[in-house]
Ligand binder design. Sequence first.
Ligand SMILES: [Zn+2]
Ligand SMILES: [Zn+2]
Length: 265
Amino acid sequence: MHYLVDYHVHTDNSFDSRAKMMDYCQKAVEIGIKEIVFTEHFDLNSEDAGLGYFNYERYSLEIEECRERFGKKLAIKKGLELGEPHLYLQEHAVFWEDKTFDFFLGSVHFVGDQLLHRDYEDDADEREVYLQYFEEVLATAQKGNFHSLGHLDVLKRYVPRTFKKFKALDYEEVVREILKAVIKRYRGIELNTSGFSQGLGEPLPTLEIIKWYKELGGKIITIGSDAHHLRQLGQDLERGLEIIKDLGFPGICTYTKGEPRIISF
Ligand SMILES: [Zn+2]
Ligand SMILES: [Zn+2]
């Protein structure tokens, strides 16, 4: 059994989850997870449904309560999932100034004022839709302040069924640019296991992209379930870790107050 960590979990401190932090911690201990990071949504796009929802004081209080109860068995860490962090450098810096976090995921949920999860026009140009998305991810990779790039090819989950199955090879050039930017800035990418159970049958990003990342010299990789419900906590972590190990990564990356540490396999 691997050293299990879940670096992507949402509680009811995120606008789109009703799960309780304490319940997750209880379950984490039961299923053998050693570290958990509560990466709540922090989106500043004016169209975002969760704008202004995150309350740091409430969140911190709950973290303290959970640490008191489970801290001996479980490392409980503070994080955020930052939406399009390259667009809000100033706002984020101001927000963090008097606060402590261990880990930031950098994720793209919006292209301009368009949410990825929306209805696409019947005549939407598939290639154009993907390229616009990846350009936004590239900007995040180049300029955003984050530790690990969240669900790199998540758009594949939201596009209409009329689009063909996502193939990384069709977008190899821009995806490689994204990976190079991440590596150059000593950031990491996330293997998000939610794709296994939520209809895609593969992680996010797809295996091909993780292979390219390794080939290009990428070493930092984090793993998370993207749980929004208690039952999703830790889902397919073992499977994801096996993939990472098989691809030749030395271990899984963890963070404490922003300091990375790779836990060897
Ligand atoms: Zn996300
Ligand atoms: Zn998430």
